[in-house]
Design a binder for this molecule. Structure first.
Ligand SMILES: Cc1ncc(COP(=O)(O)O)c(C=O)c1O
Length: 495
């Protein structure tokens, strides 16, 4: 170590950790308070290309910051990030995380339990198993009695894992089956996935990764409520079977990405069961509806699924990333990756590897994700966690009512979860220009830093899209957003 004041001992010094830690908590407390009060901008918009230049610095061979300078820099980093706890943050499906969960993530970081195998994180493994049991019990305590699964870093990866299992299991039941994991795909078998046209892009990305081609995902039409049409599904199924294709999974949404719509899980599940099809529910967004005693019936039929994906960093108010991929039959979870790696796995059978979670995940090393969810469930109970979902869903209804009451706005549909899509109907604009107008409104608003919202294209129309999941967004904030949209519309026309 060449720098005179820096020793390896100092880098790990518990006393210095305490000093830095207390100062860090103070900074974060102030940040949280400022965010929650809505005093600052929700986004301090800067052009990314000039920001990129601003950030460039030579490789720091020697220390360039002391503690004070680090905190000054940290304050600037916090200021220039999206203010996630701000009441005007209504954009992406990302939670304003529970502070308790953020603290747990610090424990995960410091203790760095690699989790690949049991011995690299004994308590971490047990916490994960407990959280998985709780999530499965929320789906159905009885019919999901043999269920199991794993935590992964994100819903996209969880969907890939579930679809790998779906393919392996479907092919193992097929007369022309072969071990696709070992032998690879052959031209003889034409596989496809039937999914809602609103399925998240991670479904077709998974098909691409799996070598099936993204065209193998057959997009089934939805109704006006954004829900997959069962008749359209049946027709697609019959047509593809007639053409000699093997349908390896039916994918339904429990909260689709564009509009939060929930597919008719019961009818789809019954159809899938009757025809021996793997039924996957992508509940990354909306599986948390199960936490709410008021709304859980909306997911009726989810227990018919063979696999379910459920994100913690959405409506379970966890910091990213924590996702669960759950299987009704735990044994299926071993089918995703038939990996041999003697330096990690020494078991004779899958069951011997039950406690070595990386046997069933794409990740080898992964973070101790379960602690934060386990702590939140334990400290707030399902009732407490469910109240967060209730709050979000009530707010979405309220916002929809406000939009419906104003003639210059069009509501896409009554929200089924907490995503509300709408557009501003500027008189006299032809359809293409009206679409562009929505984008201009959004750009104007997010660059002003007043609100954060997103947009989505559906059937040729562009919609403004809000995800109402910040418990501190008030009715007044919603009125203010509609006014901001009005004002942005006028400003965009004037430019
Ligand atoms: C329905 C759905 N599935 C999957 C994903 C991907 O999840 P993640 O961002 O956690 O990878 C999303 C993300 O928003 C989603 O909305």
């Amino acid at each position: 170590m060449k720098h005179p004041n820096l020793t390896i001992q100092a880098m790990f010094d518990p006393a210095q950790f305490a000093t830095l830690g207390h100062a860090l908590i103070e900074t974060l407390v102030q940040h949280l308070e400022a965010n929650l009060s809505g005093a600052s901008k929700v986004l301090d918009w800067q052009d990314p290309a000039s920001e990129d230049l601003h950030w460039q610095a030579p490789l720091p061979h020697r220390p360039t910051l002391d503690q004070n300078a680090l905190f000054t820099k940290l304050e600037s980093i916090l200021k220039h990030n999206l203010a996630i706890h701000h009441p005007h943050n209504m954009g992406h499906q990302v939670s304003s995380p529970l502070p308790l969960a953020a603290l747990c993530d610090m424990v995960a970081a410091l203790t760095n339990q690699a989790m690949a195998v049991y011995e690299a994180g004994p308590s971490a493994t047990m916490l994960e198993r407990q959280v998985i049991r709780w999530l499965c019990a929320l789906i159905n305590e009885h019919t999901w009695g043999n269920a199991g699964g794993v935590l992964t870093s994100g819903g996209a990866q969880a969907n890939l894992t579930a679809l790998l299992v779906a393919r392996q299991v479907t092919l193992s039941r097929h007369p022309k089956s072969h071990n696709i994991w070992r032998e690879g795909a052959t031209d003889a078998l034409k596989l496809c996935i039937l999914a809602s046209e609103h399925a998240h892009y991670s479904i077709s990305r998974a098909a691409g990764i799996m070598g099936m081609g993204t065209d193998s995902v057959i997009k089934v039409a939805t109704n006006k409520q954004g829900q997959l049409g069962v008749n359209a599904l049946i027709k697609a199924h019959q047509a593809y079977v007639k053409n000699g294709a093997i349908v390896m999974a039916v994918v339904a949404n429990a909260g689709c990405t564009p509009s939060g719509s929930i597919d008719p899980l019961l009818s789809i599940g019954e159809y899938a069961q009757a025809h021996g099809l793997w039924f996957h529910v992508d509940g990354a967004h909306g599986a948390s509806t199960l936490l709410s005693s008021l709304h859980r019936d909306r997911l009726k039929g989810i227990s018919l699924a063979d696999s379910v994906v459920w994100d913690g960093h959405k409506l379970m108010y966890m910091p990213a990333a924590i996702s669960a991929v759950l299987f009704k039959e735990e044994q299926h979870s071993f089918a995703a990756f038939n990996q041999e790696a003697s330096y990690l796995f020494q078991g004779e059978s899958h069951q011997d590897e039950t406690f070595n979670t990386s046997y069933r995940t794409l990740e080898c090393t992964k973070r101790m994700m379960a602690l934060k969810l386990w702590a939140a469930f334990s400290m707030y109970g399902i009732d407490g966690m469910g109240s967060l979902v209730d709050e979000a869903y009530v707010k979405a209804q309220l916002f929809a009512e406000k939009i419906k009451a104003l003639p210059q706005f069009e509501l896409l549909m009554w929200p089924e979860t907490n995503i509300v899509c709408f557009r501003y109907l500027e008189v006299g604009l032809i359809p293409d220009l009206l679409n562009q107008h929505q984008s201009k409104i959004r750009q104007h608003i997010i660059q002003s830093g007043e609100f954060h919202l997103t947009q989505v294209d559906l059937h040729g129309l562009t919609w403004l899209r809000t995800t109402l999941m910040n418990p501190f967004t008030t009715a007044q904030d919603l009125d203010d957003l509609l006014k901001a949209v009005n004002d942005a519309s006028q400003a965009s026309l004037a430019n």
